[in-house]
Design a protein around this ligand. Structure first.
Ligand SMILES: Nc1ncnc2c1ncn2[C@@H]1O[C@H](COP(=O)(O)OP(=O)(O)O)[C@@H](O)[C@H]1O
Ligand SMILES: [Mg+2]
Length: 407
């Protein structure tokens, strides 16, 4: 099997199973793109289109930084991308054609609309506001057909960036603390601060529009949630909603989204999808940087912090029985400090302490609980969660929604 393909001129195929491909991408064949390992493309045509777009965005990036496009570029797949994007690390080969030329970049190939939004959000909210230490540089942008490509500087120390998810999954809550104390202080100065704050009228509309097509899709998520509540905590339906033991819970969507007087909230500029995959640790974990700006813009002030809470619920490796999970989430929702002796609960409290420190949480504690319930409900659609993660999220949605009906 040949290991060299000239994609543009001869239109040769790129097999998805070969160990390494070398693709000449220019008429002069001066530039080669190497693709070690398995490639994810569904068809030869997709492979050709993606590689052409990678070449184009790298050309744009190199023109922007006034360097020549190098002879050899190795692409390593970083992630298949939850959002339907392909993420590659592009390493430049030095003269000897083997070793790294000391420059690496990340190329994100996204669906056209998502990529265009990410570029617009970066230009409007990221480059002008965030210090360079906590963001990648956007070097290049290109579009073709139904895709967009963004070329960023690589954030991170090693071959593959270490994310906060990696540290949470390793039970390293110290890394969470350092993100909360350093990154969030910076975000508060740049994005969340009083200068950006704006009064808004309808919190239910904000989360419904953001995460659910319509109220029917929110109700479908609640049906899934009830199934988990029944499985993990023995929940049963009752006239008022659900019952677990002696405790009654009103239906979640009715509490959150059904026509009460609109709940006001404060908005600011925020990341908008701040799960722990999008926080990269660098310089020996002393610095944290953000990636993935597809949803960056104005939003509910607690949205980013609650997204981090959800990441702790998803990734924390500690073990507990389902009964204990239900009780721990009850104590967390009530703000009972005694549960701080439990490291998982202490991590959630440290996020809420940050919310208190940065925002006037006391003024509107209910909008924080509202965000926990709404974002948790949306995660009922996720298919790749562990039972412990689902149980924690289910319990946190039930207790936080219940705290709203009690206020
Ligand atoms: N500039 C970057 N430097 C280092 N790693 C990155 C960079 N951008 C993305 N990544 C890695 O790729 C993953 C997916 O990228 P992301 O932009 O979040 O795509 P998606 O929209 O699919 O979530 C991230 O979680 C991170 O691990
Ligand atoms: Mg992401």
């Amino acid at each position: 099997m040949p290991d060299r393909y000239d994609v543009r001129r001869r239109g040769r195929s790129v097999p998805s199973h070969a160990a390494e491909h070398i693709i000449d991408t220019s008429a002069s064949a001066a530039q080669e793109i190497r693709l070690p390992g398995l490639m994810p493309f569904a068809s030869d045509q997709e492979a050709r289109e993606v590689i052409d777009l990678v070449t184009e965005v790298l050309n744009d990036a190199f023109a922007g930084i006034r360097r020549h496009m190098p002879n050899g570029i190795t692409l390593a797949m970083l992630s298949g991308g939850r959002s339907g994007a392909y993420i590659f690390k592009a390493a430049l080969l030095a003269e000897d054609d083997q070793t790294s030329g000391g420059f690496s970049a990340v190329v994100k190939i996204a669906p056209l609309g998502a990529g265009i939004s990410e570029k617009a959000n970066y230009d409007q909210f990221v480059r002008p506001f965030l210090p360079t230490a906590c963001r990648p540089e956007l070097y290049g942008f290109a579009t073709a057909h139904d895709r967009a490509a963004l070329c960023y500087s690589f954030l991170g120390d090693g071959d593959k960036a270490e994310t906060l998810t990696d540290r949470l999954a390793a039970g390293d809550l110290a890394s969470l603390d350092s993100v909360l104390s350093s990154l969030f202080e910076t975000l508060h100065r740049c994005w969340y601060g009083a200068g950006q704050a704006q009064a808004e009228t309808d919190l239910a509309h904000y989360y419904l529009a953001r995460y659910f097509r319509d109220s029917g899709s929110a109700t479908a998520a609640e049906t899934v949630l009830f199934g988990y509540a029944a499985r993990y905590f023995g929940a049963r339906r009752c006239v008022q909603g659900y019952r677990i033991g002696d405790t009654v819970f009103r239906p979640i969507c009715e509490t959150l989204f059904a026509g009460h007087a609109a709940r006001t909230y404060t908005s600011c500029v925020l990341h908008g999808d701040l799960n722990s995959d999008n926080i990269i640790l660098r310089r020996g974990r002393k610095l944290a940087g953000l990636v993935d700006f597809q949803r960056t813009g104005r939003g509910h002030v607690f949205h980013d912090l609650v997204a981090i809470e959800l990441s702790v619920r998803i990734n924390d490796p500690s073990d507990a029985s389902f009964d204990d999970i239900l009780e721990i989430e009850r104590l967390i929702a009530l703000g009972e400090q005694c549960v701080r002796s439990h490291p998982y609960a202490a991590a959630i409290f440290s996020i809420r302490d940050t919310a208190l420190r940065l925002f006037d949480l006391d003024a509107v504690p209910s909008t924080y609980q509202f965000a926990v319930a709404s974002i948790g409900l949306r995660l009922m659609k996720a298919i790749d969660l562990s039972d412990a993660a689902r149980a924690r999220i289910t319990a946190s949605v039930l207790w936080s929604a219940r705290s709203l009906t009690e206020h």
